[in-house]
Design a protein around this ligand. Sequence first.
Ligand code: 5GP
Ligand code: ZN
Length: 115
Amino acid sequence: MDCIFCKINNGEIPSEKVYEDNDVFIIRDIDPKADKHYLMIPKRHYKLISEMTEEDGAALMRGLKKIPGLADQLGLKNGYRLVINQGDDAGQSVFHLHVHILGGQALDFPDLRKK
Ligand code: 5GP
Ligand code: ZN
């Protein structure tokens, strides 16, 4: 399948996984938008929340619940923000669902409405 994150998962594209278990893996974003910017990627390929099975949801939640225990080593002990871009308005650019993990600094929460 022609999916960057599946290729990273199976080693076709080399990448340092900062965390991995049976459900998910975490890599550094190649184009960071904060001092610390990681991606938590479910190992199973699906594009959207609307395509998730019950087991996909449980697997992603198991992954999310690992983050507090990793926060110190990932430089996120002061807090972090999780973002899932879905579809065109959100600017989703990789169509394999992933959770952005942003932190390592105080984060603005800007008004995104166009003025
Ligand atoms: P999206 O826009 O779909 O929410 O986020 C996709 C993210 O994947 C972007 O932040 C982008 O920088 C990141 N990304 C795209 N290709 C690669 C890659 O090959 N390696 C890594 N580590 N991140 C990538
Ligand atoms: Zn994929």
